[in-house]
Design a protein around this ligand. Structure first.
Ligand SMILES: Nc1ncnc2c1ncn2[C@@H]1O[C@H](COP(=O)(O)OP(=O)(O)O)[C@@H](O)[C@H]1O
Ligand SMILES: [Mg+2]
Length: 272
């Protein structure tokens, strides 16, 4: 068994002319919670879709559990996807199904189980996220934090080996947020998972992760344990981690000098 459950090598990807990944390489060791940090729009969700085989890179490779995701047949990819759980920011719950049925759905779709066994499985998953008591509620009646926890129960329903979380902290109140941080860590060790947590939220990423990658401009900008990354003296990392508006990554998009754009007379330019 390979030590790394995910290995990504020199990955390039573009949406048409919009280049997103420019030679990204990283590996995810088994058993860890690994944070992938990066600003909005830098390609984090895209990266998860490349790992899940929903998108195809222009070059480079993604291996999950030793298998080259983009060289698999449709059947092989489908089987591999059963090993990957995914929790999206927008939960993706079926709004006309109860909490119970939302969690039962992926199990029933993939395995033919007697009703009683299915019920026990669903109850165990709901118990794991503290929501057994909410089984009969409808998604529309849940708070933001509960919605995210149901989505989590559904993502672990088929016992994946690898869990991927896309912005699991976005828009949560502080208590729900800490519950999600705790759940990600607890489930990772209790279920023997490996977890990838993709987020722009620096503080939470450092809290939840054993190891962190910071990505920017389509490559890995920095990496290390949460402690190493938090202490880093690298100017790019410091700008990102401290959310400084200006630094090596400029606030101003490259363009002509302001004085030129304002058509100031040369005598005024020095003052602009
Ligand atoms: N299907 C798509 N077609 C074209 N551009 C896209 C598509 N999906 C995302 N993008 C663009 O690609 C960039 C990266 O998107 P995304 O991976 O969602 O970033 P992140 O998750 O880091 O915020 C963004 O600029 C986004 O607007
Ligand atoms: Mg995203």
């Amino acid at each position: 068994m390979a030590e790394n459950i995910v290995e990504i090598q020199d990955l390039h990807f573009a949406y048409g002319d919009l280049q997103i990944l420019r030679g990204l390489s990283l590996s995810i060791p088994r058993g860890q919670v690994v944070g992938i940090l990066g600003g909005s729009g830098c390609g984090k969700s895209t990266l998860l879709k490349l790992i899940g085989g929903q998108l195809r890179p222009s070059s480079g490779s993604v291996k999950v559990d030793g298998k080259d995701v983009h060289a698999l047949s449709a059947d092989e990819l489908y089987a591999l996807r059963l090993d990957m759980g995914m929790m999206f920011q927008s939960s993706g719950l079926f709004s006309d199904l109860s909490v119970y049925d939302n969690v039962a759905f992926p199990i029933a779709e993939n395995f033919h189980l007697p009703e009683e066994l299915l019920r026990r499985l669903v109850m165990m998953k709901l118990h794991a996220v503290g929501l057994r008591g909410a089984r009969d509620m409808m998604p529309g009646d849940l708070s933001g934090g509960m919605t995210r926890r149901v989505a989590l129960a559904r993502a672990i329903a088929t016992d994946p080996k690898l869990m991927m979380y896309d912005e699991p902290f976005a828009g949560l109140d502080p208590i729900s947020l800490n519950q999600i941080v705790g759940l990600i860590r607890e489930l990772n060790s209790a279920l023997g998972l490996t977890s990838i947590v993709v987020t722009y939220d620096v503080q939470e990423a450092l809290k939840v992760s054993d190891y962190v990658y910071v990505i920017c401009d389509g490559v890995v900008l920095g990496r290390g344990t949460s402690e190493e990354v938090a202490r880093s003296e690298d100017p790019y990392l410091k700008q990102f981690l401290n959310a400084l508006p200006d630094g090596p990554v400029r606030f101003h998009f490259p363009g002509p000098e302001l004085a030129e754009d304002l058509n100031l007379a040369p005598v005024l330019r020095d003052k602009a």
